[in-house]
Design a protein around this ligand. Sequence first.
Ligand code: PLP
Length: 416
Amino acid sequence: MNAPRTAPATIPTPDWDGVRTDFPLLTREIQGKSLIYLDSANTGQKPASVIEAVDDFYRRHNANVSRAVHTLGTEATDAYEGARSKLARFLNVRADELVLCSGTTFAINLVAYSWALPRLKSGDTLLVSRMEHHANIVPWQLVAERTGARIKVAELTADGSLDLPALYAAMTTDVKLLALAHVSNVLGTVNPVREICREARKRGIVTVVDGSQAAPHRALDVAAIGCDFYAITGHKMCGPTGTGALWARREHLQAMPPFIGGGEMIREVSFEGTVFNDAPHKFEAGTPNIAGFIGLGAAVDYLQSVGMANIEARENELLAHATEELLKIDGLRIFGRAPGKAAVISFLIEGAHAHDLATLLDLEGVAIRSGQHCAHPLLQFLGVAATCRASLAFYNTHDEIERFVVALKKARGLLA
Ligand code: PLP
């Protein structure tokens, strides 16, 4: 169950045009134009192998997990647990420290309710960065409300980096937990989580890293990061929606009470009391999204066949191209210019509303996101009501970037 990871093999650079044909949806037309999908930070597209894995499960293997001794039940359980093992190897963690759940939102709530709520009290502080997604803010606010703990905000520098000296100064003795994105979904900032977690650990602060925007785009070694909790979501990493995971240090999983009660998470139930299953099953009550996790296992296989180092290099190339072209547009401002940032470009064009730009781009077949990206406190810091966000993935092409920029210039012309 817990095979240690062997050194990742170097995968030759793939034929990117070939990779693109793995994604059926990318051949779609929108408004009579070829789709240009630039919303992968929102959700990633799915390769055929993932869609087929889900389809194959329902056609040939469908049964519930861990309940039946019949052949289908065994096949379903093996495939589900196989997906957990694949994901564990992908993250370089132990499979029995990986709780499968519906995604990052659930994963962080699990930490909030099961780790933080019973431990925090008035006088304690939760440290949260300014660039967090609401999924890494609101659960802490709920904990703070119930416990009397307070929330302190780690602020950013002008380019959208975390202000590290300020962050370390904010790690005072009252701080019990630090909640931090590995990669920002708005700015693309890649936080030096390894260094930050080391500093937090020295001060006895428990760290929760939101890896939603990291796992799809770079090789991860969660064990080396040295955090206490790491959350990921499957739908952004080419997997099905409603899948994700929380990795936690064993000592936390053992000490934490169950969050949701029901079947699967117990060893024995009587009206006198219940004996819970071991972690991670103790946190997986009820029938899980079996087909989804089998699809996520296929997504992990797929990402590894392309190679995470290749994916990161490809996306860096696309990011550099898109940034250079966008900056040639008069009045265009990019939010988030941290060195080494990921391929997420939030921008505005002077005089044009973000939603108007996104609507006009849709008429050209270009899918970008506009709005506040579930990050209201960050947008308040940026001093804008909304931004446009083009988020790239390895399946995008240089040609798409050129066509996106042409479409954006046309949209801007219409709004001028
Ligand atoms: N955290 C970040 C940084 C995100 O970008 C997202 C999704 O956009 C989430 C959390 C929420 O994840 P989920 O969709 O799994 O609830």
